[in-house]
Design a protein around this ligand. Structure first.
Ligand code: GRF
Length: 191
């Protein structure tokens, strides 16, 4: 059983999908902690509902960045975390944690990296850029996290056809469905 820490800032649909696959007995892992910067997020609500321990770390609660980093590191060590899954986490992971957990931090990106990735490519902006580019194919990427945004080694990708009638919103919906399938598969493979 691997101990998994999920980091999620918002809706948390990928977090929920991983959790559902664990509950169905498909992944030999346990979500040992849900970490968020957003106390109002649906991911925090969901974690509480399922008795998953939560940790909220943000500038309001901990104005000192060193204290934030220490708290995060301590929590991961205390919980014996084997794998970190970033699932819509909008904050940068401190370098010390990236180094300590090399090849043990996964991220999901809603496009085919290395295209449409990097600083500024997040959320709906990714899909707007894809539509604007006229690309006929988009997709999902799961990759390891390194020092740069959306840059680490790619583990799995799945393509999706961009339909002529797609808007950024409809494309995001299509992509998200594929994310919910691909991310748990990679987490399972890792475990
Ligand atoms: C997903 O599109 C994911 O690829 C990106 O942020 C979004 C998060 O969605 N990193 P959710 O919070 O998992 O619903």
């Amino acid at each position: 059983m691997k101990n998994i820490a999920v980091f999620s800032s918002g809706g948390g649909s990928n977090f929920k999908s991983i959790h559902r696959h664990i509950q169905a007995g498909e992944i030999p892992g346990l979500i040992i902690i849900l970490i968020s910067n957003n106390s109002d997020s649906d991911s925090i609500k969901y974690a509480k509902e399922y008795n998953i321990p939560t940790l909220i770390i943000n500038k309001i609660r901990y104005p000192n960045p060193v204290a934030r980093e220490e708290l995060l590191t301590e929590a991961l060590i205390k919980k014996n975390v084997d794998l970190i899954c970033l699932a819509g986490y909008m904050k940068l992971i401190p370098q010390s944690i990236v180094h300590k957990y090399q090849n043990r931090i996964l991220n999901i990106h809603p496009a085919l990296l290395p295209q449409f990735g990097g600083k500024g490519f997040y959320g709906i902006k990714v899909h707007e850029a894809v539509i604007q580019s006229g690309a006929e194919v988009s997709g999902v990427t799961v990759h390891f996290v390194d020092e740069d945004y959306d840059h680490g080694k790619i583990i799995a990708q799945k393509k999706i056809k961009v339909r002529p009638e797609d808007t950024a919103i409809t494309l995001a919906e299509q992509v998200l469905k594929v994310e919910h399938d691909l991310y748990p598969k990679v987490v399972k493979a890792f475990c």
